[in-house]
Design a protein around this ligand. Structure first.
Ligand code: LLP
Length: 441
């Protein structure tokens, strides 16, 4: 069984010294679409999805792709065509899932704080279930559903107090994290759910974190979930379904690549919760898209400082936040293969944004590059474009999808008109040329 996302470089296909994604030269995409630009391989998306689906085949499970990892319409549509459901955490994500053709009956609404508007709309759409994270949410949803003459199907998200052994900013299943209902509080809240008029309690949910690189935390969390299931059943509370969340890590580094083999993950699922007779939900995000996408960027210039050489590129932390935000490592490669015999040397790869955290790599070994060369940052399919901002008044990058030897822009670069045209002056401030404020220095 293939390991999902086990090799960041596998997305690159070098022909005649030129990096391609599938059959399309990245230089051609850069020439036609410009940079910075995200590029996704549809064939890679399909392959990773199929790997996962095959691993959990026969488990009575639904794969609800976590839209937050990459919400591009063409990406979500690709998964919809493969039969995926969706895990959404906002009204916007729910609308995107529906727009992409995912049936409402295959959508799970997660998230630590759902607004009443979100609950109302999701209920009206007829989604599969709400994963609730507090008694407050439970009461609010019951009220809203009862008022609409409905019962909302619900899973209670449990905080199993398990250390996912991942980056602290993306660990979600430890006591003290804001997520889920504390383990000991679940039975009382479940009993309450059974009495509420607008609630149909269906099961339990967990999600302990993202970018997990070992199955052990899963084993611990799922075992606790199984214990809780038996305990609740013993108290007369039915548990029909278990949502196991997402979190499977991918390889980011070029060489050593600790990731989880999906078949090992599936084995842990079978061992821990496989004999409970529950319907399962899986919410993979990163593992579906992470290594199916890259960020294409052009070198603006090379600056030789006394201590360091800086390669300044036209992508920045507003386009890809992960290195600045989590200290994340993304492999970097030139699009044009280096001349034979060229020697790699350590450089800092940085963007043009006015803060020092705008750095993609420190002291990274790269072959010599000059202005106008193209580089790729790998493993950018997940949590790349979706976390982008317009900081420094930089337009949102373009997104491209490749399949075979064709490609399409699946989101054009934001225009300056769109970027600048949203702001309004109050009607009590003069239009036209700025008027001097009386008394100003
Ligand atoms: N389900 C729930 C309830 C989640 O909160 C998440 C991710 C997922 C599923 C999908 O997890 P995945 O399979 O993608 O690990 N921005 C961070 C990652 C944040 C993950 C948030 N929750 C990053 O760039 O590493």
């Amino acid at each position: 069984m293939a390991t999902v996302g086990s090799n960041p470089l596998a997305l690159l296909n070098v022909r005649d010294g030129q990096a391609h994604v599938e059959g399309v030269a990245l230089a051609r995409i850069a020439a036609e679409v410009g940079t910075p630009c995200y590029v996704y391989s549809r064939s890679a998306l399909i392959a990773t999805y199929r790997d996962f689906a095959q691993a959990v085949d026969g488990m009575n499970g639904t794969i609800c792709y976590a839209i937050k990892a990459n919400g591009n319409l063409a990406v979500v549509r690709t998964f919809a065509e493969l039969g995926a459901g969706a895990d959404v955490v906002s009204l916007g994500e729910m609308k995107r899932a529906l727009q992409a053709g995912i049936a409402a009956g295959r959508i799970v609404f997660s998230g630590v704080g759902k607004t009443e508007e979100e609950m109302r709309e999701a209920l009206a759409s007829g989604i599969l279930q709400f994963n609730l994270e507090s008694s407050g949410e439970l009461e609010a949803l019951s009220r809203i559903a009862a008022a609409a003459g409905k019962r909302a199907t619900v899973a209670l998200r449990v905080n199993p107090d398990v250390d996912a052994r991942t980056h602290e900013k993306i660990s979600t299943g430890k006591k003290g994290d804001k997520f889920g209902i504390d383990f000991a509080q679940v039975p009382a809240i479940a009993a309450r759910a059974m009495r509420l008029p607008g609630i149909a309690l269906e099961g339990l949910a967990v999600h302990i974190g993202s970018q997990l690189t070992s199955t052990e935390p899963y084993r611990a969390a799922f075992a606790r979930l199984a214990d809780l299931t038996r305990k609740l059943r013993g108290e007369g509370i039915p548990v029909h379904s278990l949502d196991l969340g997402g979190g499977i890590g991918i390889a980011y580094a070029e060489d050593k690549a600790p990731t989880i083999d999906v078949s090992d993950y599936a084995a842990v699922v079978a061992e821990t919760v496989g004999n409970l007779g529950c319907r399962l939900v899986f919410e993979p995000g990163r593992s579906m898209v992470g290594n199916a996408g890259l960020l294409l960027t052009r070198v603006i210039g090379v600056k030789d400082g006394e201590a360091r050489r800086f390669v300044i590129v036209d992508a920045a932390m507003n386009d890809l936040a992960r290195p600045a935000m989590y200290g994340a490592h993304h492999a970097i490669r030139p699009v044009q293969a280096p001349a034979p015999g060229s020697v790699e040397s350590p450089v800092d790869v940085v963007g043009p944004i006015c803060e020092s955290s705008d750095r993609f790599a420190a002291q990274r070994s790269l072959p010599p590059v000059v202005a106008d060369d193209l580089l790729v940052l790998l493993s950018c399919g997940a949590y790349g474009f979706v976390m982008a901002s317009t900081y420094n008044m930089r337009p949102l990058a373009a997104e491209v999808m490749v399949e075979g030897d064709r490609f399409a822009t699946v989101r054009p670069r934001q225009s300056y008109e769109a970027l600048l045209g949203q702001d309004r002056l109050p009607d009590w401030m003069a239009a036209g040329r700025p008027r001097e404020i009386r008394g100003a220095a």
